[in-house]
Design a protein around this ligand. Sequence first.
Ligand SMILES: Cc1cc2nc3c(=O)[nH]c(=O)nc-3n(C[C@H](O)[C@H](O)[C@H](O)COP(=O)(O)OP(=O)(O)OC[C@H]3O[C@@H](n4cnc5c(N)ncnc54)[C@H](O)[C@@H]3O)c2cc1C
Length: 375
Amino acid sequence: MSGGTAQDGTGAYDLAVVGAGIVGLGHAAAAHERGLRVVVVERATGVHGASVRNFGHACITAQTGQAREYAERSRELWLRYARRAGFWASESGTVVVARAADELAVLEQWRDTEPGITMLRPAEVTDRAPVTGAVGGGWLPRDLQVDPRQAAPALARHLADAGVGFRWRTSALGVDGGVLHTSRGPIRAAAVVVAVGHDVDQLYPDVAEAAEVVRCGLDMLLVAPAALPAPLRAPLMTGWSLLRYSGSNATPAAAALRERLRAERPDLYALDLNQMYTQRPDGTLVVGDTHYRGSAIAPFQAESSFDALAGVTRELFGVDRLPVLQRWQGVYASAPQEFLVAAPADGVRVVSVTTGIGMTTGLGLGDAIIADLFS
Ligand SMILES: Cc1cc2nc3c(=O)[nH]c(=O)nc-3n(C[C@H](O)[C@H](O)[C@H](O)COP(=O)(O)OP(=O)(O)OC[C@H]3O[C@@H](n4cnc5c(N)ncnc54)[C@H](O)[C@@H]3O)c2cc1C
């Protein structure tokens, strides 16, 4: 990277980060760790995007390739920042329930290529998650869980206390020759990282179009603690989840599972369901999720989608009632590649996680980009 640092007087900051989601915070934390002067510019009043609307599931074992490298590094960083910032991060692992022979077949083939997976007997599944109909399962011990509503905001507070500047309610307007223009005036910085998630098309439309970035909207539910017959001891994934992650979806058996689920439940297949669950420390259950993609996401969520989520949840846990506390919509960036990293100008990086794995990979990604930018 060319351009000066705060220390040599040619920049007020070494790094300006646009976006206070987990990806932006990952960059800010990595730069702060290296002794750099950092400012974060965020148009909202706090962390409010995808980074607080998710499951809080760091699904490390299910990643492959570069995503796995970022995920493994993120694992270390989540545990480090949780200790320092005092937020909850659990080395929970993940339980995957198989309720049909084809789901078990995917798990067994996945286990053959991924040493991090242990097969579970039905009783070992129900010991971890009070589900009905388990014929077996998989155990992913390296996975982590954080509380999505607490973790990123706590990291932001910790960074602010440690000296990182935060400009809330401030919109970035563009970057030009070492200056980040914002709605509250210019900020001089030797380097700028733009980590605005799905809104990358608003600042860098050419970059977004070249990477084929669109928006993915998701419907989610929060359910009262009393809903389950027993607590979930770990994040819970199902047969639907096996079709989503690169590790399990790459198995030969995944095609047959996909066909069976599509034929049996075309309604759920059309919703692009990933039936999965995490239980937050207060006992509330995060239930998700459906997916719909486009250059714009309508804010009007269909009740049929929530009915479907509630229906599969009642059936899985064998409960008649599901006391729903909240419903919400999440949006993240989606593209054919898992990550967007572009350098539209010297010292400027546009960075986005372009599939739903930013909580798993974002901290490691930020660390890698900062190492490269300031090498
Ligand atoms: C429902 C749901 C469930 C998910 N579950 C998981 C999961 O279990 N595990 C997992 O790994 N991932 C999960 N994800 C994905 C993960 O949440 C995202 O990949 C990640 O949060 C993206 O982080 P981000 O920082 O890029 O985006 P965001 O958190 O959306 O942050 C981007 C920020 O940029 C700000 N911004 C935008 N434009 C500007 C501008 N011009 N000026 C200033 N600020 C700007 C926005 O206000 C926003 O705060 C899920 C996502 C959703 C929506």
